[in-house]
Design a protein around this ligand. Structure first.
Ligand SMILES: *[C@@H]1O[C@H](CO)[C@@H](O)[C@H](O)[C@H]1NC(C)=O
Ligand SMILES: *[C@@H]1O[C@H](CO)[C@@H](O)[C@H](O)[C@H]1NC(C)=O
Ligand SMILES: *[C@@H]1O[C@H](CO)[C@@H](O)[C@H](O)[C@H]1NC(C)=O
Length: 271
């Protein structure tokens, strides 16, 4: 987050708090789920993940995203805000690094069947106002190939983000540099057993994290990368404590949405 002045800092925190309460209320009505920095892990090698995007509102980091084409970023649908700026080529988002490109969102494409109550289809494409300039700091991450194979349990995957670095609920203590860690995929039946109806095997992946944690507030929309392939988008975790080991982290399964992604990117659907 770029903390330009005291004033904008206060506004941002107030807005953030408001949103947190809203989301938490929403979730308590249904179960203990919620949308989800990296707790634990390590600071990424600067620009080693040149596909990472920071999605910002008023200069305040809200979510992660992945550049999948020069003009499209993939993220989570619950990351939709009125007006968002996509920052590419960043490492320290509190700085105006020369490598950074800031591009406004021209059009939001949340999944037409995204449901903010049970988190189904939590995926969104952002069409950028202009093409990103690809270079060593800004790169496209290729989507996985169509052939669908199930990701086995216990696969070690990497997640990255600028989100909260301490466990617990939303406190707005974001990381200014990109961090990463690993989490292991779980068996679907385990995910289902814990998250009940919230976990839909066909369209979601869940992972276990170590004692230190893993993804947390502000990491939403970021990638889950397994064996170098983009498999998931950070979706939700326990709202009271993103590091609660009893609640696996849940990701939107990218494979299941490839036809929709393609349609949107070819301009064949307005949704
Ligand atoms: C990121 O940049 C800010 C502003 O220059 C600086 O205060 C902060 O220490 C930097 N963070 C890291 C982890 O280097
Ligand atoms: C989520 O809610 C929508 C709308 O109520 C419903 O159609 C869908 O089946 C629900 N999904 C799950 C997994 O409960
Ligand atoms: C969240 O859970 C982790 C893992 O059990 C624990 O270490 C941490 O103290 C908890 N944080 C809060 C704020 O409850």
């Amino acid at each position: 987050m770029s903390l330009d002045s005291q004033c904008s800092t206060c506004t941002s925190i107030a807005m953030y708090a408001y949103h947190a309460v809203f989301v938490l209320q929403l979730f308590f009505c249904f179960t203990e789920a919620t949308g989800s920095s990296i707790v634990g892990g390590k600071v990424s090698e600067p620009h080693s993940k040149a596909y990472m995007a920071s999605l910002q509102v008023n200069g305040f980091h809200r979510c992660g995203g992945v550049l999948i084409r020069k003009d499209f970023v993939l993220t989570a649908a619950h990351c939709k805000y009125e007006k968002m700026t996509v920052i590419l080529g960043a490492h320290n988002i509190s700085q105006r690094e020369k490598s950074q490109q800031r591009i406004e969102v021209a059009k939001f494409h949340p999944h037409p069947r995204y449901n903010d109550k049970n988190f189904s289809n939590d995926i969104m494409l952002l069409k950028l106002q202009h093409n990103a300039q690809l270079n060593k700091y800004v790169k496209v991450l290729e989507l996985p190939k169509k052939k669908k194979k199930n990701l086995p349990a216990n696969t070690i995957c990497t997640i990255a983000g600028w989100g909260q670095t301490v466990s617990g609920s939303r406190m707005g203590l974001m990381s200014d540099v990109l961090k990463e860690t690993t989490e292991k995929t779980q068996f679907n039946f385990e995910c289902k057993h814990i998250w009940k109806d919230y976990f839909q095997t066909e369209v979601m992946i869940c992972t276990k994290h170590d004692q230190k944690g893993g993804c947390c507030w502000g990491d939403s929309g970021g990638p889950l990368i397994c064996k170098k392939k983009l498999e998931g988008i950070v979706a939700y975790a326990d709202p009271q404590n993103c590091s609660n080991p009893r609640y696996p982290h849940v990701f939107t399964k990218v494979h299941s949405f490839l036809p929709w992604i393609e349609k949107v990117m070819q301009g064949k659907t307005t949704a």
